[in-house]
Structures are given as C-alpha cells and as structure tokens.
Design a protein around this ligand. Structure first.
Ligand code: PA5
Length: 446
C-alpha cells in the first residue's frame, strides 16, 4: 500500500481500549456497505468500479481524449460538485496547479467552468481562451443542473461562432446519464458524442468514471495507473477488522472523536497541489454525512500559508476541532536552500538542508503544537504523489465515508438537502412548475 495511516497524535485524546469498544459497530457498518444491505445501497457501485474497468470500457474515453488533443489547445470542463472537483483535484495533484501555464508541445490546457453563477468568471475565462482552438466537455449526471447548463449555453454559442454549427458539434463531449435528463436529450438530438455516468455511482463518488477520467486523460494523466491504484486499494482495505484495516480505523476514530465533541475535521496538507484534494474531500464527506442534524463538519487548511491565518484559531480557539493531515513522504521535487555563507537573513542554520526536509520538519512541529493546544491529530501518509497513490487515496476516503455514514445511521449516498437552495432559487427565478413556491418566496422578500 502507498498509504500509511498514523493515529499517534490521538494519544492524549483517545484511550487504547476505545478502538476495541467500537470495533463491532464498525464491522457491522462495513458489512452493511459490502453486502449492500444499507440505505442508498443502489449507489455503491464505486466499490468495485476501478477493479472492473478494462481496455474495452476505457476505449471511448481514450478516443474522445485523442480527438480533443488533436484539434484543441484548450479543453473547457463544464460541471459542478462531483462533476468537476475530482478531475480538478487529479490535475493539480498529478500535473500541477500551474498545469495550464506549464503545458508543452501538444499538451492541452484544462479550464473549469459552470461551477459558479458568476458572469465575471465566465467573461474572464472567455478572454483567457482568446483565439485558441478549444473543445468542451459538459458533465452533469442529472443533466439538469443550472450552473453547468448556463455555462454550456455560453460556450456552445462561442463554439458555433468559431467553428459553425457542425464544427461545434464535433468539439462537444457530453458526460451524462445513459438515458435521462435534458443534457442526454440534447446530446441525442444534436448528435454530440456522449460518455456515460454509471447509474450506481453518485456525483461525489464519480471521479474514477468518465466524469473524472476524460479531463484527466486530456491533461496527459495515465488513467490506467490511477484506476490500478484504486483497484489495488479495494484488496488492501478489504478486512472488516479495525485493527487490520486502516480505513476502518480512520472511520472509527472519527466517530470516537465526534462523540467526545470534536465535531469539525480539518483536512490539512503541506503541498499547494493538494488544495483540491481537500475540496473534493469536503464534498465527499459533507454531502455524505451531514444529515439528520448529525455529521462531522469537513473543513480544510493549506499549510504553511493557513498557519498565518487559521493557525491562531486552530491553536487556541474553540476546542471542537480535530485534524487529519495528508502528508507526502517523498516529494516530486526538492530544492536545496541556497548557500551564501552569511547570516544576514538569519538563515545560515538552514544552509545545506533541503526544502523538503524543512517542509517535513515544519509539519512535524505543527502536529506537536496542535496536539499541545488540544487538537487531536491523525495522519494519512502517502508514499509518493503519483497516479496509483491518488487512486488509493480516493478509494481510502470513499470507503471511509461509506462506513462512517452507516456508523451515523444515515444514508451516505443521497443528498436531499441540496434541493432546498434550488427550490428557493427556482421559485425566485419564476421557473415553470414552481408557481406556488414562487408566490411564497416572493412574499417572504416583501
Ligand atoms: O454528489 C452529488 O450528487 C452532487 O453534488 C452533484 O455532483 C452536483 O450537484 C452536480 O450534479 P450533476 O452532475 O447532476 O449536474
């Protein structure tokens, strides 16, 4: 396994016997997931997904990626929530947050749209693309989400203006449901190429389906290796014993901490390229667990920058926080601290050390300081920041939240609360079908 899970930072907070005391509940939650006997079991196909993929199932993704790489300098990925966070995480993690600035030769830049309503954001992206050749991958499982649908209208118009009606169609790939939804209907009517989001996989669990894999492949990521990492993880993390399976230990400790009043989890990292890992994780955790007035609130911190902003609160604020640090054991690049031989800047003591060593030492120091300040600490060590490692990390957290959801006695695979804002927004925008609510909501604003 590329992951090493470390719970030493819990010593002052959780007694040795506590893991044992919760182990039967965790085993039951795990079995509920594995045997598909729990709520939302129809949405657990991510469990065996990576291990069931092969050359034939990936062929349409490669074909679409090759076509885009041949005729485009830019891919605009339109989607929101689970329809964009996974590929954004993967490109940052495996290529770079500066991927678009660093592209070489025939590599394709990947920009994201449709994850906000902001006119400013759309206009700016429009100007960034300028006269570069581009294609669009519009992604929506339901096919009816407003943000991506609006952005798709803009970029469709732009494609038609640049390439004509037929030319535009050849530059659109729609990733959506196999049968239903407005996007599917439009794709069929217009003849866009489509990739399918499997029925049994919800948005936030869809990163290893065509949703995440097409943008990854376009960006030059080896998607087979990512899937192999997740497939391997399925075997590595199959035990139902908390003492043998680190994923179950993670789920168990989260629950133990929650019961003691640590109700906010901070996913922390020490690499800017992991910022979107946290964004993806926050959706996965928050949308899966936050139900029935229960669940751990998922938040994130990017170190060391956030030690100069959130750090004060984490060290001394309200004591309901615990921290899970994702640490990369072998950095992709390292740099020596430049040697000058003088101490004008007070850094002579660091000369000869590598920046990776300093980064790691800072991370170790922060754990000690936060534990001293009353923040329980967990660590997920990843050996290397590579494709297989990301696949394993994805599976680690997906499995953890499935088990954790059942430990909370909620359905981890639905998201009924997401509808409330939509109802209010549609009512205020006078969407047909919302006439009654429109009256109520408009009256409330009077
Ligand atoms: O996890 C989920 O199901 C949601 O957060 C969706 O990913 C998000 O709302 C986007 O939905 P869709 O892909 O249907 O446009």
């Amino acid at each position: 396994a590329a992951i090493h899970f470390d719970s030493n930072g819990l010593q002052n907070f959780v007694a040795d016997n506590e893991l044992d005391e919760i182990k039967d509940q965790v085993r039951f939650a795990h079995q509920t997931l594995v045997n598909k006997t729990g709520a939302g079991a129809d949405f657990t196909d991510w469990f065996h997904w990576a291990s069931s993929q092969d050359q034939a199932s990936l062929a349409p993704i490669h074909q679409a990626a090759d076509a885009i790489r041949k005729n485009s300098k830019v891919l605009v990925v339109i989607g929101i929530g689970g329809s964009y966070l996974g590929s954004r995480m993967a490109i940052d993690f495996l290529k770079s947050p500066w991927h678009n600035e660093l592209v070489q030769g025939d590599e394709v830049k990947v920009y994201f749209a449709g994850n906000a309503m902001s006119p400013m954001a759309l206009d700016e992206l429009d100007r960034v693309i300028g006269d570069q050749d581009f294609s669009v991958n519009v992604i929506s499982k339901s096919g009816t989400t407003t943000e991506p649908a609006v952005a798709f209208r803009f970029f469709k118009q732009r494609l038609v203006a640049k390439y004509g009606e037929e030319g535009a169609k050849e530059r659109i790939v729609a990733t959506t449901d196999a049968k239903k939804g407005a996007l599917k209907n439009e794709a069929t009517a217009e003849g866009y190429q489509t990739l399918v989001i499997p029925d049994g996989i919800g948005g936030r669990f869809s990163v290893l389906s065509a949703v995440g894999l097409l943008p990854m492949a376009v960006a030059g990521i080896n998607i087979e290796n990512v899937l192999a990492g997740a497939a391997e993880a399925e075997k590595t993390y199959s035990s139902d014993n908390v003492h043998e399976n680190p994923v179950l230990a993670y789920a168990a400790y989260r629950r133990i901490l929650y019961d003691k009043g640590y109700t906010t989890e901070i996913l922390a990292n020490w690499e800017p390229s992991l910022q979107y890992l946290s964004e993806w994780w926050k959706q996965l955790m928050g949308e899966s667990e936050g139900k029935n007035q229960k669940g751990i609130y998922p938040s994130s911190a990017n170190y060391s920058t956030d030690l100069h902003s959130l750090g004060q609160y984490i060290q001394e604020g309200r004591r309901d926080l615990f921290e899970t640090v994702v640490r990369i054991d072998h950095s992709k690049h390292d740099l020596p601290i430049p040697k000058t031989g003088d101490n004008e800047d007070g850094l002579l003591y660091l000369e000869g050390k590598s920046l990776e060593e300093v980064n790691k030492t800072a991370a170790t120091g922060v754990v000690l300081a936060h534990v001293d300040g009353g923040v329980p600490n967990l660590a997920v060590h990843l050996d290397r920041q590579d494709e297989a490692g990301l696949g394993e990390l994805i599976y680690f957290f997906e499995l953890a939240v499935g088990v954790s959801g059942y430990l909370f006695n909620i359905n981890p695979f639905n998201q009924p609360g997401v509808e409330a804002y939509k109802t209010a927004m549609f009512a205020l925008l006078d969407k047909p079908g919302y006439e009654e609510q429109s009256k109520v909501y408009h009256d409330r604003l009077k």
